[in-house]
Design a protein around this ligand. Sequence first.
Ligand SMILES: C[S@@+](CC[C@H](N)C(=O)[O-])C[C@H]1O[C@@H](n2cnc3c(N)ncnc32)[C@H](O)[C@@H]1O
Ligand SMILES: [Zn+2]
Length: 1015
Amino acid sequence: MKAKKLIEVALPIKEISAESVRDKSIRHGHISTLHLWWARRPLPVCRAIVFASLVPDPLDDNCPEAFKYAIEMLLNTGLGKLHYKPYKDIPYTSVVDEMEDNWRNRLMMFIGKFSEKCQANMLAGKATSPKEQLDDWSLIKWENKNNPQILRIARELIFVAYQSDKRPDATWEQLHAEFDKLYDAIPKAETALYELKDRHIESDKVKKLEADLQAAIDAFQNEMPSVFDPFAGGGAIPLEAARLGCRSYGNDINPVAHIIERGSAEFPQKYGKPIVYSKEEFAKLYDKTGEEMAKETDRGITFDGKYYHIPNRLAFDVEFYAKKILAETEKEIGDLYPADENGNKPVAYYWARTAKCSNPSCGAEVPLLKQFYLANNKSKKVYLKPVVNGDKIDFEIINGQCDYNGFMKSRECSITCPCCGSVTSASELKKQFKDGVTGEKLLAVISESPQGRVYRLPNEREKLLSKRRFNDVQRPSEMMEVGNQRNFNTPGWGIDRYGQLFSDRQILMLNHLVKHYKKQVGQFSVNGYSKALITYLAIWIDRIAIVNTSFGVWHTGGEKLERIMGRQAIPMTFDYPESNPFCTSSGSALNQLEWLGRYFDAESNNSFSANFANASSGDKKQFDEKSLTSVVTDPPYYDAIAYADISDFFYVWLKQTLAETYPLTFSTPQTPKNEECTALKHHHNNNINEARRHFEDKLTEIFDAIESQTSDIVSIMYAHQSTEAWTTLCNSILGARMNITGSWPMDTEMQGALKSDMSYLESSVTVACRPSERKGYADYDEVKRNIRNLVKAEVEKLYGLGFRGADLLTACFGQAVSAFGQYKRVETAEGDPVSVGQLLEFARESAAQALLEGVPGEPQTKFYCGWLQMNGMSECDFDDVNKYTRVGVNVEIRSLQSDKLLITDGNKQHLATAEEHVGANRHWGTLPTDYLISQVHRMMLAYLGGDEALMNKMVRELCPQSDAPQWRLLDFLQGHLPEGKDLTAAKGILANAEMYRQRCKEAYVPKEGELDFGE
Ligand SMILES: C[S@@+](CC[C@H](N)C(=O)[O-])C[C@H]1O[C@@H](n2cnc3c(N)ncnc32)[C@H](O)[C@@H]1O
Ligand SMILES: [Zn+2]
């Protein structure tokens, strides 16, 4: 028997959640800022899961001695003794409890530990700034991604775990010495190569030193575990596996993802390294720009009279060549973006599309504006005031409040003509768009000043330019996936090709950029390094393309451009900002380049790169049997994101820039769609069942291959909350002869952040799986009992850790599966098979029931919750007695009606909303003796009505403690109420719960008479 892995036993999920939520707001140098990709996993989760999937639980009886020793030596001596000491009092529990100082807990504290400051704050109910939450010695902390001391410990622990698993008799001393030897050989080989003068010139010496370095890396990594991500996407998991020193592999079927992966986790680690040039060679390679760049002090470049020492060759070259390409492009077409009289370059141009008023006797060209503000924030209001003259519509720019209604109705998209008052319907407008008779009008020019953005009307030259038509504009002709109406809204307006997303001037600029790019990269010699260089220049052009469409939005609050596809979709827009690629502001080409530079700064430090394949996963021949140690992955969430469809936006540009460098990757006309593992019906004859089957089959096929290729743990992250999506996932896991042995929810989204798709969870759940032998048949009743017990314990645990609502219910699925996944088949007493879907539905019900059991209070409140769980808020037949007897509470139906908890209408009845229940009398629900549900309904009404005073009073009086029953009830309601006011209220109160509780602690000085809720 082998020891369980840590991930099957314990994980510091509070700490990981805290750092993961923070991760979403980290920008500079973060992997997500290199190139847009969807549904990225936060780095702290990825790092923690990879690590915990590879190391054993040190308290396991079968844990190798050498590994226990390793913890003792690395985490319990020297500085580790202090830093990884478990909590004196676990800060996120309400009781005083010391965390035992044992090996397992030391390992947990190494992954992530709350800082002293944060611990104190948590115990005092205070917030801590995200940056200061985790201790500076935590493995998963953002600042530690390149920390040599901490990474060394992590790598050595993984090394010892892997080696002692293979060689149980090896001692710690032996393994420690082996590790040191192999590990320390790498920096030596790096120094030898990177200090070699003019190593860019191929020579035997260079080849030898390169081979030496590769050999040193290989020698080390041959003794480290291999980790594979079959759905690598933006590359976060392979990046983290490589960071931990493992042999790291990633597949993605999508060509765009493949390019991003290599740019994220292969090239900077391989090529973002120092180089030394002799003065002569430097002069040969670089012109004036290069010399200037070398002189800028913040780059860390030194010149010792003979040699230039450049800390990051890749970063330097990407910038140098991008600037060169940009300068050549600007030389050719820069005059299309003229500077003003004072020589200032505008930062953006504000345009509106125009359509003809449908009144034949008017025919005015109406700008399709829904509103007129250019800037609308606290400190500044600027708008375009319409000036109508006959059938001419012009504008003035005015500072101040705008009282005009836009010409176009917001939702309907019809227009009312400011000249004649006629209405032109959306369908008439659509026809004009489809017939290609609409126009565009330049309304304002935006520039930058020390006081912020400045808006002015276009000058004569700009007006003239704006009307200029270009004949030779070649547009990408690839079609959008028009069957995908969720993500593509423009085809209804006749815009169904990618080339139509750009104005003439934009497309001309992009075409010139691509032309000069090709000219430049055509001069590079063909080798691994230049491939990396070429890739980044193409990524840079992608970045420029996405901020230069005519479908971005001018954000009047922040006065900035919002690029398209922020929410994985391209909605129709009627007015748009066009950025000036040649300025130096945020939409410019130079600004896009800066983001690449930041990424190089952040990720070039590592010596270990990941290996990527652009392939559909599931190939049994890709890896030898059991040759992978672990799989850590994040498969597509059912139908949540149409990766292939939306990534075509980039594919059409990358095909132009990279087809020669990556001929196979870009051999198809558009991104491959059929093999994608998603459940999208428009890819399957518009048949939802076919789409589901495809998803499940594909996932099973991929898991099946993985099961045969992996020797240890398969960890799967999943962020969909529907039972259906989970059923498919579980079917695939079980279908691939594995079972779930650990399950962990972790917060990954910022609370209260706008969720683009309601099927996302605020947390994702990671399940750890292992190959498992199925035992015969099981009796449904017994399995149900097991599920109920496991789920109940899980709910209690997770509730205590702060998980709530739908996230909490979903988090229980993993436990449920472990209960029935061990059987070949679960049967009812009648011998009928029970499906995974039914079992999960039962698990969800049990979780809800467990929560309900925790709902204290009188039968009336329990009734309300049980009914809600069973029937929701919709109408039910009066005599459908079954439905409420199942709830198992004993109350008279008549009293429920008179208490206004059930609203009767003829022979139908429904559960009362907060308003229906307590709305009629403002005292109801204010007293501690009232039903719990009445109190909570009163709080909801107070919240909705903005009655802060009442809200504070109620919290103070009724539920100042976080474990008060009112909060638990609100939680339950949040998890079960349908969309509507009540749900909004429950969510709103919970989101601000900490604030309310805090406020009542701080501000409360009891005054006489204040306790009285009456008049
Ligand atoms: C949830 S995303 C992974 C995101 C990634 N963890 C990150 O942090 O960026 C799932 C990925 O699976 C890829 N995918 C879908 N079907 C696939 C298949 N059959 N083979 C390989 N990859 C596939 C998609 O292109 C997508 O990038
Ligand atoms: Zn008109």
